[in-house]
Design a protein around this ligand. Structure first.
Ligand SMILES: NC(=O)c1ccc[n+]([C@@H]2O[C@H](COP(=O)([O-])OP(=O)(O)OC[C@H]3O[C@@H](n4cnc5c(N)ncnc54)[C@H](OP(=O)(O)O)[C@@H]3O)[C@@H](O)[C@H]2O)c1
Length: 242
C-alpha cells in the first residue's frame, strides 16, 4: 500500500510519550518527515533512533512550552532545519491540578494556560511563515471533551482547552484564503500518563491505546484532506470506522 504522508513535514509537540509518540511513529510509517518536539531530549533521541532505524525520517526539536524563550529559540532552530511545515500537531499539554475552582491555585492555573494556550499562540506565530510555505498546511489542535462540559475538578485544564479551541477558530478564519486549514480533535479517553493522572481509579486497560486513533490524524494531515474548522471526536470517528 502506498504511504499517505510522503513529502510532508510534520511537527508534533509532546512527541516523547503518549498520543504524541504514537502519532510520530504512525506518521513516520506513512512517509512523513517527523519533527519530534519536546523537552525530554533523551526520550526524543530514543524515539528518533527507533524511527530512523526503520528507514523513516525524523529529527528532534528541544522545546519547553513553559518558557517563551525556549519556544522562540525552537522556532528559530526549526527554520534552519526545514523550509516549510506541512503539518502542525499541537499535542503537548499540561493537566494542572484536579481541584475546585473556588480553591484553585492561581499559579497552577497560569502554568496550564502557559503550556496549553500561550505556548500554542507563540507556536502559531513562530510557524506562520513555515506553514504558508506549504502547499497544503494542516494545523491540528488537540483539545478535550471537558472544554465544553462543566465537569467537576477539571479546572484550568478544561478552561485552557476552551481557550485553545477559540484560538484555533480565530486562526482558522484569519487564514481562510490561504493554504492553511485548522481542525480540532478531542481524542477521548486514551491510555496515557495524563489520563492515569486525571482518572486514577480507572483501569487503563479498559480504555483505548493511543495507536487506535492515529489513522484519524493521518487522514487529517494528508494534503488532500478538505476538512476545515471541524471539531472531531476521535471516539465517534473510531465507532464509525468499525
Ligand atoms: N489521554 C487522554 O485521555 C486525553 C483525553 C483528552 C485530551 N487529551 C489530549 O491529548 C494530548 C496528548 O495527551 P496525552 O494523553 O498523550 O498526555 P501525556 O502522555 O501526559 O503527554 C503529554 C505530553 O505533553 C508534553 N508536555 C507537557 N508539558 C510540556 C512542556 N512544558 N514542554 C514541552 N512538552 C510538554 C509531555 O512532555 P514531558 O514528558 O516532558 O512531560 C508529553 O510529551 C493533550 O493535548 C491532552 O490534553 C488526552
Amino acid at each position: 500500500m502506498s504511504q499517505k504522508l510522503v513529502n510532508r513535514v510534520a511537527l508534533i509537540t509532546g512527541a516523547n510519550r503518549g498520543i504524541g509518540r504514537a502519532l510520530a511513529k504512525a506518521f513516520a510509517k506513512e512517509g512523513a518527515e517527523c519533527i519530534l518536539a519536546g523537552r525530554n531530549q533523551q526520550e526524543l533521541d530514543l524515539l528518533c533512533a527507533q524511527i530512523t532505524a526503520e528507514g523513516a525520517q525524523a529529527k528532534t526539536l528541544l522545546i519547553d512550552l513553559s518558557s517563551d524563550n525556549s519556544i522562540q529559540e525552537a522556532c528559530t532552530q526549526l527554520k534552519s532545519m526545514v523550509d516549510r511545515v506541512d503539518v502542525f500537531i499541537a499535542n503537548a499539554a499540561y493537566l494542572g491540578a484536579r481541584l475546585p475552582i473556588a480553591t484553585y491555585p492561581i499559579d497552577t492555573f497560569r502554568q496550564t494556560f502557559q503550556v496549553n494556550v500561550f505556548a500554542n499562540l507563540l507556536l502559531l506565530q513562530g510557524l506562520d511563515d513555515l506553514l504558508k510555505k506549504s502547499s497544503a498546511a494542516k494545523v491540528i489542535m488537540m483539545s478535550a471533551l471537558v472544554a465544553t462540559q462543566a465537569k467537576i475538578g477539571t479546572g484550568s485544564y478544561a478552561v485552557s482547552k476552551a481557550a485553545l479551541e477559540s484560538l484555533a477558530r480565530i486562526y482558522m478564519i484569519e487564514h481562510k484564503n490561504t493554504n492553511i486549514t485548522v481542525n480540532t480533535v478531542s481524542p477521548g479517553a486514551t491510555r496515557t500518563l495524563m489520563r492515569a493522572a486525571a482518572v486514577p481509579s480507572e483501569d487503563p486497560m479498559s480504555i483505548k491505546a493511543p495507536e487506535a486513533i492515529t489513522d484519524l490524524f493521518v487522514e487529517l494531515s494528508q494534503a488532500s484532506c478538505a476538512k476545515q474548522g471541524e471539531w472531531i471526536d476521535a471516539d465517534v470517528w473510531l465507532k464509525n470506522k468499525s
